[in-house]
Design a protein around this ligand. Sequence first.
Ligand code: ATP
Ligand code: MG
Ligand code: MG
Ligand code: MG
Length: 479
Amino acid sequence: MTSQEVRAQFLNFFKEKNHKIVPSAPMVMKDDPTLMFTNAGMNQFKEYFLGNSVAKHKRLADTQKCLRVSGKHNDLEEVGKDTYHHTMFEMLGNWSIGDYFKKEAIQWAWELLTEVYKIDKESLYVSIFEGSEDDGLPLDQEAYDLWKAIVPEDRIIKGNKKDNFWEMGDQGPCGPCSEIHVDIRSKAEKAKIPGASLVNQDHPQVVEIWNLVFMQFNRKANGSLEPLPEKHIDTGMGFERLCMVLQGVQSNYDTDVFTPLIREIEIITGHKYGKDEKTDIAIRVIADHVRAVSFSIADGQLPSNTGAGYVIRRILRRAIRYGFTFLDTNQPFIHRLVKVLGEQMGAAFPELKEQKQLIENVIKEEESSFLSTLEQGLVLLDSVIKSAKEKTIDGEKAFELYDTFGFPIDLTSLILEEKGYTLDVQGFNKALKAQKDRSRAASEVSKDDWTVLMTDSEQEFIGYDSLEANVKLVKYRKI
Ligand code: ATP
Ligand code: MG
Ligand code: MG
Ligand code: MG
């Protein structure tokens, strides 16, 4: 089954169950100060869940472009190293806004997976919320009983708050959840260790594919839970993981979502995928990152030095460095993948085709500019490492790399980690702050990336302050 068919079947299934199929929201958020990027399908429906606005349709379904590189859901470090976490991915979802609840959500999920997609029932495991003392919540007996009617009890795993209580961020709608995991190991491997013991253990062949969230609470800024006015269903299924299962392969990168990109990288760089682990990671990172960056640009978010734009720049520079170090690419080439991406994804996401020229130009420009300083920066970093007396590298040096050579701090950390060193992040932050104080004194704060939201006549939202990995929200300032 091609990925196009997988996506279409999901949407058709829920259309037949009276769901309204809606378009994906943009991946870059412009109007939610608690979130920089869409990290789940439910984000665009948050106000319905909170009861702040009324949904025209009570049953909804879509495929949502998500990006998990900052905040509560940040998978950047995993990407490329494992085979099933991406920066940008599609989340297939169905929602009930105060309409159906656990029973239908569970039954339909099972029906779709086993009767439409025909996944072997024996390879599926489900998890339910075991309860949490912190929040005074009990075990989800209702979900347990519903699953017990469908699957043998030894396939139902009780999970903790980390895995089975879903939260959008530090604040916002949340609730207990029940997840579906699939064991794609060979028969022989399955015979050695039971799949149940590998669920939620970061095993690359026993992976979570679908999360059914029973939205019942709002997490408030002070950490307490308040019940929502109504109960809702919010589900999210990883599209690329589902394709992996249905196409009978062992990695998301071996599905037709990624293989055209990987083939193109092989042709351009002359490096074959599947020959060497380091090269493979680099190829996966680039195939992944070009999607994140292209979709962001198509959504109107260009790489820049602040806010969401800086996150995008960081991702792209990370990809450029992986190419340079492991695939010997010293000329811009990532922009050449945009055409392939458009051919693969353009039918589902026409913005990729419409914005092709812009995306290519922006990426090429970024590549040229970073490549011009990358080599010198790497030479400097090497000499710093060689002269280092300890395994921790001075933050001031990392700042010089950032300031003069355009090395994002997480890139410097990554390179150091590869060589067995760590970075004095505090020292870096101190140097960065000193520079910011100097420039703040000299000029107005930049707000180019963000819509200015007037809250009252006294205050103005000045946007996010991106201190690299610890992107934090700058509150309102007086004007
Ligand atoms: P995991 O435990 O694998 O990190 P998660 O529990 O963080 O996943 P959810 O927030 O429950 O993920 O998101 C719903 C679904 O989206 C998951 O079941 C999974 O299939 C998919 N998904 C989550 N994160 C990623 C990612 N980084 N790349 C690809 N798919 C993902
Ligand atoms: Mg996760
Ligand atoms: Mg999980
Ligand atoms: Mg989950």
